[in-house]
Design a protein around this ligand. Sequence first.
Ligand code: HEM
Length: 478
Amino acid sequence: MTPEPGEPTIDWVDERLGASPGIRRLLRYVFPEHWTFMFGEIALYAFVVLIGTGVFLALFFQTSTAETTYLGAYAPLHGETMSLAYESTLNLSLNVPAGLLMRQTHHWAALIFIAAIVVHLMRVFFTAAFRKPRDVNWVIGLTMLVLALLEGFAGYSMPDDLLSGMGLAIAYSVAMSIPLVGANLAFLVWGGEFPGSNDFVSRLFIAHVFVIPALLGLLIAAHLAIIMRQHHSQFRGPGRTERNVVGAPMWPGYALRSLGLLAAVAAVLFLLGGLVQINPIWQWGPYEVYNGTNGAQPDWYLGWLIGALRMMPPWEIHFWGDTWVPNPFFGGVLFPGIVFAILYAIPWLDRRFTRDRRRHDLLERPRDNPTRTALGVALFTWVAFVFGAGATDRVLIRFGFPYESQIQFARVATFLVPLIAFFVARKVCRDLQRSEAHPLRGWSGRRLRRTPDGGFEPVEPDEERTLAGEPPAGGPTV
Ligand code: HEM
């Protein structure tokens, strides 16, 4: 009998490693199916694209801040004094074949990587997938988010252009503002007073191309291994219990679909990299402290910190005539510290207030716990609002709204808006819970209802009226 394709290879591996029981278990591993489970994978595949394009960029990037006079392809900068780091990024963009494509794809991948992580985090929160036993993956995930933010900042700070230089100046003052240790920490990282020693860019380089990606890679591996060990959670539905997993086997179902998602993520990122300009450093020029100007906007995932720095009242803490806590500390350290402290504590806070210590493998819908959902909406609204305040200078320039009034308004609204969002979200959840309606009405404009087999069907007009407590059409008027 002719052997199956690949069989000799499997036999070879099996005879030496006895791997087939493990491989069989892996190939038969069941993954529950739901479109919201793709956000983690999108983050994963954006990370893969980041590594691939990053290796390409690292081959051409120079980590030195030694000065040179530019005579390269971009005429408007001819004769300009700049660092070798900036010049190598210019050459990478304008001289190296596919250099600009790789650079822009890398930058877009970073923006989408962090966006996918944030959406993934919200999915996990609003479906209560952080509950035991997945609280450990919640903590690992949050740590990956912190690393991803640092990695993004380190990455776009390396080219030594005007925009990233200004971002580093803000980061330096935030580091300096940390009480007691700030000055030493800043000197340690920057290698002296801002803009720092010649070693600073190479430190940033090692952190960006080695230390942080290695940590992220390790944590992602742990994250996925824990998911395999615990099994992925699933939504309630026919035949699904806390003790089983209903879904597609790893091979061929899940693996081929996931590979398709990888190809789609890579395709979208390279399309963006090829078609949509991002971070055109040749337009801002090299970084010189005296060239600092207004209107510098960081990458989106740092907007909330700029918003917090802008909104913070001029608080400072003085003792014995010395400034112990300078102002940047409140927006640049305390605010993000509070947000992440709340996020890290969520599994424990939830257990504390629900008194639920059981293991959960079935997910909740947001409507199933209106208070938790409303608190989550309030928290994310708060951060999103502060993020919006990061653009007050743009709003001033674009629409002429006075900067001070915007800041005054933001200082009040930043607490009012989340409060309103809390009550609105809780009301919507309670209504959905009561009506068991699908949150989105169907194409026919009629309300949809979940059928016992997990599908949806439109509610008949008469039944809709009954549900709304109205008499049937053509019946006696009240
Ligand atoms: C580099 C960043 C990250 C990557 C690559 C990643 C990847 C993944 C993947 C592929 C899954 C399975 C599919 C899915 O449910 O989406 C997953 C599940 C999970 N992730 Fe992440 N994740 C990341 C960050 C996070 C963050 C920031 C959190 C939370 C704060 C988190 C918490 C979880 C949890 C609890 C699960 C299990 C979900 C369940 O069983 O329903 N992850 N992650």
